[in-house]
Design a binder for this molecule. Structure first.
Ligand code: SF4
Ligand code: SF4
Length: 400
């Protein structure tokens, strides 16, 4: 297997603290390493061009990059691999900047430590397997939870743009808290006239899974699941005897299903109170009306228009979103059906197969967090790209 190793100087950041030439020289002796070179700034446009040409020119099958934190440039170098037609998961970074150069003052010790990290990465990459990125088409439909003034206002704007909308209202009819009966009546009549809008009353979501572009909402009775690309929380608020804003029944459960964090008053945290006041921290989930904080009717309507505008500009029909390739997989042979994994998965990605009595992972919903792999008492879950084998090999390289 042809492995290439690239040691970045990161300007003076790494080069001044670590003998990068020595590292390149040492690792070039490792079996399978066909190329080991240093570069001044790999993430620069020149550096990326250089890297791509080396991968292609030397027909590299594996690449190790000793540089900064993967948090900073893993994506960058994965893209370079793709342009050079190398599967991006056949690249491994060794963080010799944050973990070595910036914290180890003695040059000799730093060089030795960096060398261990690079050896670990070279050892690990022998166990890498190419993973494929897939993308799925966004569902342009929208589900609105709450059929008051705010919810109906969003629905009407979206309907004007030919989007299909489902309003789910837990009470028997549209209207919510009747702050202005004439307005509610007027909006409800307009909603009834629109064929793009489906209204479901007397029901509420019991399960919401998925992500931006592909949410699945299950209702409390034997109803078909509803699929949507975005979800709008338009559930109203009321005020208790002491004048405090209280959330409607079931609201907390919905925010928990969506994994949305809330402030001390149970209002969902927003992406940015001034810059993105209707966006929650979960992509594709928005708040309007009093679900986003107490407001007047006028304000509720303008929040709804903002939500509709955000959806129309982001949830574009035909748009594709990439799914996570580093998902977990469950071995049917090893699984004992204890459901521990199902309980720890925060993304609703695991389900129990009642016939086979085993758990399975929905790879579209899995975010690759690895919780299930850590929790499974039978070793039946494999977190791809973080397998015990890969980690063991990396450790062995480090400790050699
Ligand atoms: S935790 Fe492991 S053994 Fe238990 S159901 Fe999940 S995969 Fe199967
Ligand atoms: S890796 Fe995380 S998201 Fe994926 S199935 Fe396991 S617990 Fe769920």
């Amino acid at each position: 297997m042809r492995t290439g190793v690239f040691v970045c100087s990161c300007g003076p950041n790494i080069g001044d603290r670590i003998d990068i030439e020595k590292i390149a020289e040492e690792v070039s002796k490792i079996e399978g390493v066909v190329l080991a070179e240093t570069h001044g700034l790999l993430c620069s446009p020149d550096g990326k061009k250089y890297l791509a040409s080396k991968i292609e020119g030397n027909k590299l099958e594996r690449v190790v990059i000793a540089a900064c934190s993967p948090r900073e440039h893993e994506e960058t170098f994965m893209k370079v691999c793709e342009t050079a037609e190398l599967n991006p998961f056949m690249m491994q970074m060794a963080n010799i900047r944050e973990q070595v150069a910036w914290v180890t003052p003695d040059r000799n010790s730093a060089t030795q430590k960096a060398l261990r990290l690079v050896r670990g990465a070279i050892n690990r990459i022998i166990r890498h397997k190419p993973l494929e990125k897939t993308s799925i088409v966004c569902n342009p439909e929208v589900v609105i939870i709450g059929g008051g003034v705010a919810g109906m206002s969003v629905a009407l704007v979206l309907a004007n743009a030919d989007r299909k909308i489902t309003i789910i209202e837990r009470s028997a009819s549209l209207g919510g808290y009747p702050a202005n009966e004439k307005l509610v009546e007027h909006l409800a009549e307009k909603v009834a006239e629109r064929s793009e809008i489906t209204v479901i009353t007397g029901r509420e979501p019991v399960e919401i899974v998925g992500f931006f572009g592909n949410f699945i909402i299950n209702l409390d009775e034997d109803a078909d699941e509803i699929k949507a690309g975005s979800i709008v929380l338009a559930t109203g608020r009321s005020v208790d005897e002491s004048g405090r804003a209280v959330s409607p029944e079931g609201f907390r459960e919905i925010t928990e299903m969506l994994g949305i964090s809330a402030d001390e008053n149970a209002f969902p945290n927003r992406e940015h109170v001034s810059l993105a006041p209707v966006s929650t921290l979960i992509d594709g989930v928005y708040v309007t009306g009093c679900a986003g904080g107490l407001c007047s009717l006028t304000e509720a309507v303008s929040r709804s228009e903002a939500v509709a505008g955000t959806i129309l500009s982001s949830l574009i029909p035909g748009r594709e979103v990439e799914t996570e390739p580093k998902t977990s997989v469950i071995s049917e042979t090893l699984c004992r059906g204890c459901k521990t994994c199902l309980e720890v998965c925060g993304y609703g990605a695991i389900s129990f197969d009642e016939e086979r009595l085993v758990c399975t992972v929905n790879s579209v919903l899995c975010k690759g967090c690895g919780n299930c792999a850590g929790a499974c008492p039978s070793g039946a879950v494999k977190a791809q790209h973080f397998t015990p084998d890969q980690i063991r090999y990396q450790m062995a390289g480090l400790l050699r």
